[in-house]
Design a binder for this molecule. Structure first.
Ligand code: CA
Length: 443
């Protein structure tokens, strides 16, 4: 895991004024992404700093980087971060150290960069943010044990978790082509459904459209086909983190999922937040994995690493907000549907990497993992409407007078992640992961 260094110093301030006290992107964060400057369609590597985006190629051209940091700054040249991810941790760490120097309010390098700020910075609100990488493969896990229990209860009240859950990090292969960046409209899917009391299925727009609150994990340097990644080395293969909304069509899912699992209920869209928050930025927020309750099995040796158990969990507050047309019309703020935390993950991200590659499956730079829906134990922290409204039986009532059982056209779902209040580290956040539902395609 990453050691703490001067880049984590909570007292550090930037000459980019909006970074100081910024809820997501203070100088201690420095997430990487792909953006187009105002009025351009060219895709460039960038770093979020306060309300601004630092253009990495422009900073490299200005001679602000050398050696490994320069390699990292120039790697996003092709308009995606795949090459940057492939470099592995050392150049990424060198870039972070150097970025912290050139964005620092004090010191020679900061003043040198500030003098040419007009060449380096764009207002974030004026930029277009893209998917950070070409996603080769997307895998969705199921590590939120409270979500798995809540969903399992619907089908098996006495025995909600299947016998494999505490032994195997459950996952399935998702669809990469429909992963979209925050802000992309999500078209209501149509599909085949069958009501429990109906004799025959029908085809039409989804009527039980839902979101799923998930942590996204970007894979960095990969492994060769046939060569598993040992759990003790898994961290070296993780390039960073994002938010992931795994949109789900519950009525389509209920009819199609047996015997092979999710298919068209899940692959019509998955939304990610555009900034890649690095493992280095999250180093102050690593925690011990919560001890398993008495009676739970110890993971098999290939999933067990003492250091991972001591430091492999993440402490991030996760939030789901819902903005409906009624709230917007009345000038009301988004409604908070859930507040959860990555502390409720039953498996660590290192365990996911070790498990995925244990059979020799090769991971590649730009692969994306979803954690699975992360629900808190209590109803105020459920990460899907399926849980929050008990399958539509208990609607959410909004200040606008509206109620919601599932998502309606015009609704916008906003996911957020932020590190908790801490006396020793600056809080950082992920930026928003947003998507608005638009009407189904005409039949
Ligand atoms: Ca999911």
């Amino acid at each position: 895991m990453t050691e703490l260094n001067q880049t984590h110093d909570p007292k550090r301030r930037s000459w980019v004024a909006s970074a100081n006290g910024h809820s997501d992107f203070p100088i201690q964060n420095l997430p990487i992404g792909v953006f187009s400057p105002p009025g351009s369609t060219e895709r460039r590597g960038g770093v979020a700093i306060g309300d601004m985006v630092l253009d990495l190629a422009a900073a490299a051209e200005a001679g602000l980087f050398a050696a490994a940091a320069r390699d990292a700054a120039e790697a996003p040249a092709a308009g995606s971060l795949n090459g940057f991810f492939a470099l592995g941790p050392e150049p990424r760490r060198a870039l972070r150290l150097r970025l912290a120097e050139i964005l620092d309010a004090d010191g020679h390098d900061g003043r040198r960069a500030e003098a040419i700020a007009g060449h380096l910075l764009h207002r974030g609100a004026d930029c277009t943010l893209h998917l950070p990488a070409r996603v080769g493969d997307y895998t969705d896990f199921y590590v939120g044990i409270h979500h798995a229990t809540n969903v399992g209860k619907v089908f098996r009240p006495d025995n909600p978790l299947l016998p494999n859950y505490k032994h195997v990090p459950i996952g399935y292969h998702g669809r990469a082509s429909s992963i979209v960046p925050s802000g992309t409209a999500v078209r209501r899917p149509s599909g085949q459904t069958k009501a429990p009391d109906a004799d025959d299925p029908t085809f039409g727009p989804c009527r039980r459209l839902d979101y799923e609150l998930e942590l996204g994990i970007w894979i960095g340097d990969g492994n060769d086909l046939g060569d598993p990644i040992p759990i003790a080395e898994a961290d070296r293969h993780i390039a960073g983190f994002c938010l992931l909304n795994d949109w789900s069509a519950r009525d389509i899912q209920g009819w199609e999922y047996q015997p092979l699992g999710p298919f068209l209920a899940k692959n019509f869209a998955s939304t990610v937040s555009p900034w890649v928050v690095t493992p280095e930025a999250l180093a102050p927020f690593r925690r011990a994995q919560a001890p398993r309750p008495d009676g739970d099995p110890k993971p098999l040796p290939y999933l067990w690493d003492d250091r991972d158990q001591r430091e492999g969990a993440l402490d991030l507050e996760l939030e789901v907000l819902l903005l409906t047309p009624g709230l917007t019309e009345k000038g009301l703020p988004p409604h908070r549907v859930a507040l959860s935390s990555t502390r409720y993950m039953y498996w660590t991200v290192a365990q996911l990497v070790a498990h995925h590659s244990a059979n020799g499956c090769n991971l590649q730079p730009g692969d994306l993992f979803g954690s699975g829906t992360i629900s808190a134990p209590e109803a105020t922290g459920f990460g899907s409407l399926l849980e929050s409204t008990r399958g539509g039986q208990a609607p959410i009532r909004l200040a606008s007078g509206e109620e919601r059982r599932f998502l309606e056209d015009g609704d916008e779902v906003i996911l957020r992640a932020r590190t908790p209040e801490s006396g020793t580290a600056a809080r950082i956040g992920f930026g928003a992961c947003r998507g608005r539902i638009v009407a189904a395609a005409p039949q």
